[in-house]
Design a protein around this ligand. Structure first.
Ligand code: ZN
Length: 448
């Protein structure tokens, strides 16, 4: 079935034309394919697990409906498929043998690989979702590692998405929990967009904003239901993740779904946090990032910016060269050092821009503070929900100790040119005070 909310969201989408969500939706996969791609042949791309739970059934349904199927590309169970550029090129090579339309069967990794491979092969694709594990199914762009650096490649979203909620609900609990954390992250992502909008850094695009934020409380209101794989809770989560992706598609970038909390996650990924311990999903890292950012907001909101000494802040700011040298000295990984300097300098305003921004903050602080308080949840509440949903809620459980977390507040700000509360805290001169407070003997992170 098509949910009314999804039908609404599709109207603003550039690439996706059809979404089928519901119990037994997989039975309609062949019809969806034919509606979207006519008589074109299909090729399934899956891994061993997703081929078992859905790929084989989709292939059978396609054949029964008369769709020619080229040999499927099924990744072995081990080693786990990784979303890197070399893997994308394997699929590009496989697609070169025929003019077939890729049907990705899987979740985050398989979808991202096929999304980029399809784009590089100049063809469209369709995805059959096997888990509610992240919001990337319907998003514009694919998150792929190249030369050790995780980046978002611009490429169109799928033409069609099929999400059978029976299959999605039966997915491993950690995948569903990851999707919950990725959706709960829209609380801080939304706050960051409010800040960027209010200070003239990046305007809110209302249609995308409303798609995500108007239903966010409903989608994330039952974390226990997520842990217990209750069909209604997982269905709401699936709807939320798909609509969030459509909001990114409508906005043509990830701003509606991603703020500073995602920058913590990207940073840890590039620092190869994973290699030091167990596998960590995107959502699990983002979840801890969401706690970190909401704790930062707690501190930030305690300041009163209505008396800001704008001239003094501008006089005392470092030059671009000083800033570049300071950032470079904070990184030991070469690619991270280079990118951090590049990305941070890209968002540094000139004196006039900064004066305008800080003057706006000073005059509208009361209003902005109120909007942010209404948008945010406390770090305790975020943590409690993550815990109830079955996600890690403590940095240590994902291998992030206090020192690393402390450094990450700086690193997360530098890693991306997106304007977030971390930048506002820096520009107003309260960044160190906020972070130091969090790590003081009685501060949030020591007590937590
Ligand atoms: Zn995400």
């Amino acid at each position: 079935m098509i949910k009314p909310a999804i039908e609404d969201a599709i109207r603003g989408a550039h690439d996706t034309r059809m979404i089928r969500v519901g119990s037994g939706a997989i039975a309609g996969a062949a019809d969806v394919f034919i509606d979207c791609f006519g008589a074109s042949p299909a090729v399934i791309v899956a891994d061993a697990a997703t081929y078992d739970v859905a790929g084989a059934a989709v292939e059978r349904a396609l054949r029964n409906a008369g769709v020619p199927c080229r040999p499927s590309y099924v990744f072995a169970a081990t080693p786990a498929v990784y979303a890197d550029y070399e893997t994308v090129m394997l699929i590009v090579a496989h697609l070169r043998h025929s003019d077939s339309i890729p049907v990705a069967v899987g979740s985050g990794t398989i979808n991202d690989i096929v999304k980029l491979a399809s784009h590089l092969s100049e063809r469209r694709y369709m995805v059959v979702a096997t888990a509610a594990s992240m919001d990337g199914y319907t998003a514009f762009g694919a998150s792929i590692s190249r030369d050790g650096y995780k980046q978002t490649f611009s490429c169109p979203a799928p033409v069609a998405v099929v999400a059978d909620t029976e299959i999605v609900t039966a997915a491993p609990a950690a995948l569903t929990a990851s999707g919950y954390a990725d959706l709960l992250a829209k609380v801080t992502a939304g706050a960051d967009w409010i800040v960027a909008d209010a200070l003239g850094a990046e305007a809110i695009y209302a249609p995308a904003w409303h798609l995500v934020q108007d239903s966010l409380r409903r989608w994330t209101g039952n974390p226990r239901g997520i842990a217990h794989a209750q069909p209604q809770a997982v269905e709401r989560l699936t709807e939320g993740l798909l609509i969030t992706g459509l909001a990114m598609q409508a906005h043509r970038n990830s701003r509606p779904a991603s703020g500073a909390e995602h920058q913590f996650s990207h940073l840890w990924e590039m620092e190869h946090l994973e290699q030091e311990g167990v596998w960590l999903s995107h959502g699990f890292k983002v979840g801890i990032g969401t706690v970190a950012v909401s704790a930062m907001y707690d501190q930030f909101l305690m300041h009163d910016f209505s008396g800001l000494d704008v001239d003094r802040l501008i006089r005392r700011r470092p030059t671009r060269d000083q800033l570049a040298a300071r950032i470079a000295s904070q990184h030991t990984i070469p690619i991270l050092r280079k990118k951090s300097v590049e990305e941070t300098l890209a968002k540094v305003p000139d004196d006039d821009q900064l004066r305008a921004r800080l003057t706006t903050l000073r005059s509208s602080w009361g209003d902005l503070q109120g909007r942010l308080r209404r948008q945010l949840l406390s770090p305790e509440e975020i943590r409690s929900r993550l815990h109830q949903a079955g996600c890690p809620s403590d940095p240590a459980t994902i291998g992030v100790d206090q020192d690393r977390l402390h450094r990450s507040y700086h690193g997360a700000r530098q890693i991306r040119r997106r304007y977030t509360v971390l930048d506002t805290a820096m520009e107003t001169g309260v960044f160190d005070a906020c972070v130091d407070r969090l790590f003081a003997a009685d501060g949030y992170w020591r007590a937590a």
